[in-house]
Design a protein around this ligand. Sequence first.
Ligand code: ZN
Length: 97
Amino acid sequence: MKSAKILEGHPFDWKQGAEAMNNIANDDGSINWGAAFAADPGVTSCPNCKTYFWAEGTKLECTALGTQFPTRRPKDAQPRTSLNIQAIIYYFFRDFL
Ligand SMILES: [Zn+2]
């Protein structure tokens, strides 16, 4: 996943995200959803070239074309889900990757 240039808003706290990633599984092996949703900022994509970027801040600039776009668009009603599931899968299979 790429990082776009953040024009407005705050970057995601990756240190905190890494800590959340370490807590993604409860001791009984079940998923700690709170930690899962805090492990990354979710994703967004450039409206022009469709490149995916981390959804940090409130306004981003595409690193390929320089297109500026808001991090959250109305059609991104559930922007976080797919990537958080990726994070969960990564967590459980990281020893095999
Ligand atoms: Zn672009």
